[in-house]
Ligand binder design. Structure first.
Ligand SMILES: [Zn+2]
Length: 570
């Protein structure tokens, strides 16, 4: 039987081995964070024995390494250092007559481990080039980048954040999974020099980027397409030149047409909201604006909305870049970054668009004067326009459009028929229906991640307040089970225990005169909490505290409606 297979499959067998009954304590492992650490380790490392032990396929996580004193150490990723596989590998190394090194195991970051395991780093290359910039081949760096992407795709991450600390040996890689900003063990300690090299290699494939090379000292934007796990993945790259070093955010967008867009109902829109959207989409001319904060899923909803249009409408999109493949739409990616050539290409694309005799246009996002002008130009020409904007509520959309940053004139917005529908949406975590707890458990379950406000609550008083505010008994309210269950638990991501995805909560205003929206997005969330789908505490985190809600209501009753100001522009 293949030795490698036996290593993958065979269960722990320490029990059969005298003197090896104890599990390996991860704290006893040495750490080799950087190539410098590797160069200065004593006894010095000689070469990887991955090939000799036929474990080359494990190279991304474990490698036996021969040291100068002829002992053998196990080099490992942090998360595998105490694993059954490491135990098994060590057993085989000892069984073949090698002596164990002291310490017996070392933790390395993924790119460094891979380079050692593949003998891409040798003592000689380290001596001649301690910073390792040459020794780490482009392939190893590209593979390390691929590894980051694979982890993200497998855990349904929406973003990867590479926070480079130029003045420190180690930097961090974090992910946004289900709206939470998390640091998996595996990528917690990345050598800064490796990370910078990896980003330099990744930037070589960028499209529509500003700058021929990755530059940690300027803001850069662009996009690139990668094949990961047989899927096409579009990465939208945006870097921030922060004081400590660049912070790169990669938005992960699945590009496979076969993946299919989720329907509005699947996303979480309620039946009456979908009916309103469908009614308004039927009429020609006017704008549907979808608002939300960053990562609120507004682009997904808009793409889903547009895919409902009938076949006799000609749909063209202008996006930066195209995020979802929309059946039947003619999609255009435009790069509109900081250089002037890109702005000219945007302008000429827009001119060409207007000669295309389309009925419907998706305008990626309105965020500055240039896109504001494009918005007025298209909306004024009588086509249907769909767009997104960053705004904190549906009622704020006209104010945001009329702001100095965007500069759409108030007169234009007040023109009847221009603003057709104002939508605001947020995404809230959905409780795992297999393990959610009744709300009566709340006083005993106040472990809610990172929430100081909630840690000193009298929960019974709080629940009474919510019941009074919404005039209901709250019998079917449920809360998150922080221990999760087999249906919802994710390996090494305890913050996500008890959750199963996210759902849209939305509010919709139909101007003019539609300012009396029936239901705010927070009310929509409360409606879903009434079906046991959402934890009340998550509603407070996303919107505001119920105590604040109480104070606002009191204010409301004493003052004129706050929407009065909006009448000017709608
Ligand atoms: Zn569960």
């Amino acid at each position: 039987m293949n030795a490698l297979l036996s290593l993958w499959r065979r269960p722990v067998r320490q029990a059969a081995l005298p003197g090896k009954l104890m599990r390996f304590d991860s704290a006893a492992a040495g750490t080799l964070s950087t190539a410098d650490d590797l160069a200065s380790m004593r006894p010095a490392f000689v070469r990887s024995l991955s090939r000799q032990f036929d474990v080359e396929l494990l190279a991304a996580r474990l490698s036996p390494v021969l040291l100068e004193d002829e002992s053998v150490a196990i080099f490992s990723l942090a998360e595998h250092v105490g694993s059954d596989q490491a135990d098994e590998l060590e057993r085989r190394v000892l069984a073949s007559g090698y002596r164990q090194s002291d310490p017996p195991r070392y933790i390395l970051a993924a790119p460094l481990l891979l380079a050692v395991a593949r003998n891409q780093i040798t003592p000689r290359s380290l001596a001649s080039n301690p910073t390792l910039r040459v020794a780490q081949s482009r392939t190893a760096l590209a593979e390390a980048f691929q590894d980051l992407l694979e982890w993200g795709l497998r855990h349904s991450a929406s973003d990867i954040h590479l926070n480079v600390h130029l003045n420190e040996p180690e930097s961090e890689v974090k992910y946004t999974v289900s709206g939470r900003y998390l640091a998996p063990d595996r990528f917690r300690r990345m050598p800064t020099s490796t990370l910078v090299d990896m980003l330099s290699v990744a930037w070589m494939d960028i499209r529509g980027g500003n700058g021929a090379v990755f530059d940690p000292h300027i803001e850069q934007q662009g996009s690139l397409v990668k094949q990961v796990d047989g899927q096409s993945l579009l990465l939208r790259w945006a870097s921030l030149a922060a004081d400590d070093g660049p912070s790169i955010c990669l938005r992960l967008l699945r590009r496979d047409a076969g993946a299919g867009l989720p329907g509005l109902q699947e996303l979480g829109y309620l039946a009456d909201q979908i009916a309103l959207l469908d009614r308004v989409m039927l009429s020609e001319g006017g704008v549907v604006v979808m608002a939300g904060t960053v990562g609120s899923g507004k682009s997904t909803s808009l793409a889903s909305l547009i895919s409902r249009l009938p076949a006799h409408r000609k749909i063209i999109t202008l996006e930066e870049p195209v995020e979802y493949l929309i059946p039947a739409a003619i999609q255009n990616s435009v790069a509109r970054n900081l250089n002037s050539a890109a702005h000219q290409s945007y302008a000429s694309k827009l001119r060409a668009l207007k000669r295309s005799a389309m009925t419907d246009v998706l305008l990626g996002e309105i965020r500055d004067v240039e896109t504001g002008q494009a918005f007025m130009d298209l909306a004024g020409s009588g086509v249907n326009v769909y767009t997104t904007i960053h705004a904190p509520s549906a009622a704020h959309i006209p104010l945001r459009l009329a702001s100095d940053f965007i500069g759409v004139s108030a007169d234009f917005l007040a023109t009847p028929g221009i603003l057709k529908l104002l939508v605001f949406q947020a995404l809230l975590p959905v409780l795992c229906q297999q393990c959610a707890l009744p709300v009566s458990c709340l006083p005993d379950q106040d472990r809610h991640p990172g929430n100081h406000f909630h840690s000193r609550h009298d929960w019974n008083v709080w629940l009474d307040l919510v019941r009074e505010l919404y005039g209901c008994g709250g019998e079917s309210w449920r809360i998150r089970n922080p221990d999760g269950c087999s249906a919802c638990r994710k390996e090494r991501l305890p913050d996500l225990n008890g959750y199963a995805g996210r759902t849209v909560v939305a509010e919709i205003i139909e101007p003019p005169g539609g300012l009396h929206q029936q239901r705010s997005a927070m009310d929509c969330a409360m409606h879903k909490a009434g079906s046991g789908l959402i934890d009340l505490r998550d509603i407070e985190i996303r919107f505001h505290a119920f105590e604040t809600q109480q104070a606002r209501r009191a204010l409301h009753q004493n003052n004129a409606e706050p929407a009065t100001r909006l009448r000017m522009v709608t």
